[in-house]
Structure formats: structure tokens, C-alpha cells
Design a protein around this ligand. Structure first.
Ligand code: SF4
Length: 500
């Protein structure tokens, strides 16, 4: 049998093991196939900050990295966190000057030219002169002969340029490369883009990993703690394990959801027990469910309380959270933060797009989360078709009523997914989906659209966010405390803004 390795290319945030690579390697290990995880995003940042930066005389990154790994206090201080991330970003800024046209940050990489264009990615990779080339050559020398089959796990577009390069380098060395992961399956599901991805990679797997073993059962039905090629510490004060309690979504009705067709299932509790038994002591569990079902988490609390030092994840702010003292029990069991998709303060908007909760309920859930001592990370979405200024003001008023109860905030402007029920029924919702230049070989998940009544809710939303929402005294301190970098990994480990 060939020796496998699971590769996660840069750039993704280096605060926890990449979820897709982790579950693939864990599922293979549970089936007796060892495929060590090579996290090349963490490896790249370590090389850049700890080897290349000192050699080149860039700013000293060591104190910043040390703070992120050991802040000295139980929780990160938002201001100190911002300043150490600023040092790392400044080094990236200097480094990327060597690669004209490249954008590079702690969570993203975009090559020169048209964003997310596959044309030219292969030749750019073959040029050997990208921001990753020097590190990759070193890594290939160090790992040469340790595996024959590389499984590249691709979750984000930010990984694509480096994934193309590392695939090409590995194949040049005679190693078989198979590319899979949520980016490939998402492109497959949208019905567009997979052919473009095929122009970058010879072998693409679109299943959850089972084709590698010949088994037909869902891959997540068996998972154990996987092997890691390196025992590097992630840039986090506590070990964070990403894992879902469920796949799919119990609600499955939001009209602009691109994942509505995914079947719902509970992931076997035994898997989480196995993972926690094999992993580091007192980890923080990052629940990566599309939305944590209240009934599922209620049954998991004893395990989470006993075997983790905390957990956090996404919650649809529905009324079930307010029943049976569930939030208080979660807080008592170590829940550090809930990310709530409140989205809008307008009941018309929430109802129109089938969110399944009212602004009033969302407000009560957010307030109750805060009252238990857990952190709130509130997600707001502006610019939906038909949204008017009155709707936006209702959202701002909801935030004002919640002043002191929201710790962190994410503001988004709506994008129309390539494939979702709203796109299929566009006219009914007063919009006409458009097309980007169909000749361009560009990976896209969204489509432009126009409103039939001539309004432009996305532009209006951007202006409102800039000129009104972000200026409001209920919003300013929340945005100041919301970290710009390491959001998914570090917010649950920060001092609460409301308790500062
Ligand atoms: S709650 Fe999230 S995952 Fe579920 S249907 Fe709505 S948008 Fe999709």
C-alpha cells in the first residue's frame, strides 16, 4: 500500500488544525491508514516569521508569536492582541513586496491578475517565484521519501495558489497527488467551476474520503486522533480542536443558503470521545456545525464539561435556546462563545428569506447568552433584495437595545450564491441574476444581480454601514474589540468587551 500524507496548503489562519485535513486524517487513521497531517500554512508562517524574517532583518516576530501562544494571562487582551497581530502583518507586508502584485495576509493569499482566475495559476506555480516557493522547496527536501501519495485538502480560495504550486512540485518529485475538500465539493455543487479546478489538478476526489478506503459508510462515522507530521504548537493559547456534532442543518430553509440540499445527520458521539481521548489535555472544542442543534448539544454537555476546557460554535438564534435553562447549563459546562446569525432587525426581511426566527427572539437569545457570561459574536447581514433604509435602521436599533451585551460583531453585505433557492426564484423576489464575463476562467461562488425596481440594496447597505452604522456609539466599541485577525480561533479566548 502507498504511504499517504494529508497536506493543507497555505494560507489559512494558523490558530488550529485545518478542519478538513483533520477529519480526513482522523477518518483514515480510524480505518488503519496512517496519513500524517502536514499543515503547510502553519509551516509557512513559522518559516517566514522565525527563519526568513530574522535572516532578512525584518521586525522581530518572536514576542508576537509568543504572546499568541502564551498570553501570560488566561485570556487575550483585545488591544495587545491587535498590536501583536499588527507586527506580524507588517512583516507580511514587507515580505510581499518581493512578489509584485501578490496580496498576502494572516488569512489570505491572492496572486496578481484577475482574482480567483485559474488561467495562469499553473504557470505561476511552475515559475518557482511565488511567496511560497522557497518554503515549499525546503519542505520537499525535508519530507522527501516519507510518502508516495499526497492528499491535498482544499477548503478555501486563499489556499488555491499554493495548492497548485505544491501539487505541481510533488508530481515533479514522482508523488501521486489527489485533491479534495470542501472547495472542490462546493464548486461541484454550484455546477460551475469544477472544470476550471480540473485545469489545475490531475486528480480530484469529490467524496468525503471514503473512496480512499473503498468503504461506503459516511467517513465521519469513524474518527480517531490522527498523526501529525510535526508537533508544532498552533498560534493559540489553548489547543483548539475543530469538529462537528452534526452534518447538514436541522433548519435547512433559509432561501439564500447554498447548502440546503445537504442531508442532516448526527455525528456519532463515540467519535468525539475517541478524538478527545487521543488529543491534547483540556482542549477547546470548536464546533464547526452549520448551526448547533439545541437538542444535540444538550445531550453532549456532560462530555464537554468533563473533557474540554471550553467550546464554542454557531447558533441560529431560535427560541429553543431559551428553554430548559439550556444556555445557563451550557455556560456551566464551559461554553465560551456562541456565534449568532441574527442577520437583521427587520421581521419583514427575516420572514421573507425564511430565517425561522424573529428579531425579537434573536434579541432575547443574544441577551440571555450574555447574561450567562458567555461571549456573543453577532453576525449581521445587510443588502438583501428588497431591504430598505427602514429595515437597516431596525437592525441598528436592535444593536442599540443590546448595548453592552454584544462582544464581537461581523458585518456582511449580501452576495447572491450561484445556486440557492433565491437564485432559482429570483424574479419572485424582485431581482434579475446577471452573469460575469463567461469567457473568463475564474472560480466564482456568487452572481451579480439587479433589482427590478431599480434599487441597489448592496450599495445602499455599504453606504449605511460606513456612514451610519459604524459611526454609532453602540457599535464603535464592539468593532474596536472585534479582532481583525484570528477571529475564528481567538475570540472565544478573549476578555469579554462587555466586562472590560
Ligand atoms: S441556518 Fe445556515 S446552514 Fe441552515 S439553512 Fe440557514 S443559512 Fe443554511
Amino acid at each position: 500500500m502507498d504511504r499517504k500524507a494529508v497536506i493543507s496548503p497555505p494560507v489559512i489562519t494558523a490558530s488550529e488544525v485545518p478542519a478538513g485535513a483533520f477529519m480526513l486524517a482522523g477518518g483514515l487513521a480510524a480505518r488503519g491508514i496512517q496519513a500524517p497531517i502536514h499543515d503547510l500554512s502553519l509551516g509557512f508562517f513559522r518559516w517566514l516569521f522565525l527563519e526568513h524574517a530574522p535572516q532578512q532583518g525584518y521586525a522581530n516576530c518572536t514576542p508576537s508569536l509568543e504572546y499568541l501562544m502564551s498570553p501570560g494571562t488566561d485570556l487575550y487582551d483585545p488591544h495587545k492582541h491587535r498590536s501583536v497581530c499588527g507586527v506580524l502583518q507588517s512583516v507580511l507586508k514587507v515580505y510581499k513586496k518581493k512578489f509584485p502584485g501578490w496580496q498576502l495576509s494572516l488569512m489570505d493569499s491572492v496572486p496578481p491578475g484577475v482574482a480567483h482566475s485559474t488561467a495562469g495559476l499553473v504557470s505561476m506555480a511552475q515559475s518557482g517565484s511565488t511567496p511560497f516557493s522557497e518554503y515549499f522547496r525546503k519542505w520537499i527536501r525535508e519530507t522527501s521519501g516519507t510518502f508516495d501519495h499526497a492528499l491535498i485538502s482544499l477548503a478555501y480560495l486563499s489556499q488555491l495558489p499554493a495548492a497548485v504550486e505544491i501539487a505541481w512540485l510533488l508530481e515533479e518529485s514522482g508523488i501521486r497527488v489527489t485533491v479534495g475538500g470542501s472547495l472542490a465539493t462546493a464548486l461541484h455543487d454550484t455546477g460551475t467551476g469544477l472544470e476550471l479546478l480540473r485545469s489545475c489538478f490531475r486528480e480530484i476526489a469529490l467524496d468525503d474520503g471514503r473512496s480512499l478506503t473503498g468503504e461506503t459508510e459516511p467517513f465521519l462515522s469513524k474518527v480517531v486522533w490522527p498523526e501529525f507530521a510535526n508537533h508544532w504548537k498552533y498560534l493559540s493559547s489553548r489547543p483548539i480542536i475543530p469538529f462537528p456534532l452534526t452534518t447538514g442543518c436541522t433548519w435547512n430553509r433559509c432561501l439564500f443558503c447554498p447548502d440546503r440540499d445537504k442531508p442532516f445527520s448526527d455525528v456519532a458521539t463515540a467519535n468525539l470521545k475517541n478524538l478527545l481521548a487521543g488529543g491534547p489535555d483540556n482542549p477547546v472544542l470548536h464546533l464547526i456545525d452549520s448551526e448547533i442543534p439545541p437538542r444535540t448539544i444538550a445531550g453532549m454537555l456532560p462530555l464537554l464539561k468533563g473533557k474540554t476546557s471550553g467550546f464554542y460554535g454557531f447558533a441560529r438564534p431560535q427560541a429553543e435556546w431559551l428553554k430548559n435553562d439550556l444556555l445557563a447549563k451550557m455556560s456551566d459546562s464551559g461554553c465560551l462563545m456562541l456565534q449568532t446569525g441574527a442577520e437583521s432587525g427587520s421581521s419583514v426581511i427575516l420572514k421573507k428569506f425564511m430565517k425561522g426566527f424573529s428579531p425579537d427572539t434573536a434579541e432575547k437569545v443574544i441577551a440571555a447568552i450574555s447574561d450567562t457570561g458567555m461571549r456573543n459574536y453577532v453576525y449581521l447581514l445587510f443588502g438583501l433584495p428588497g431591504e430598505n433604509n427602514e429595515d437597516r435602521i431596525l437592525t441598528l436599533e436592535m444593536v442599540k437595545r443590546l448595548q453592552g451585551k454584544i462582544d464581537f460583531m461581523n458585518l456582511s453585505v449580501f452576495n447572491l450564491p450561484e445556486k440557492c433557492e433565491l437564485t432559482d426564484r429570483a424574479e419572485e423576489f424582485g431581482i434579475i441574476p446577471g452573469e460575469y464575463d463567461s469567457e473568463a476562467s475564474v472560480l466564482r461562488f456568487y452572481r451579480p444581480f439587479q433589482s427590478i425596481d431599480g434599487s441597489d440594496p448592496r450599495r445602499e447597505a455599504r453606504e449605511f454601514i460606513k456612514n451610519v452604522f459604524k459611526q454609532d456609539q453602540a457599535v464603535v466599541p464592539v468593532l474596536q474589540s472585534t479582532p481583525r485577525w484570528f477571529r475564528a480561533g481567538h475570540m472565544a479566548l478573549m476578555k469579554r468587551t462587555t466586562s472590560l
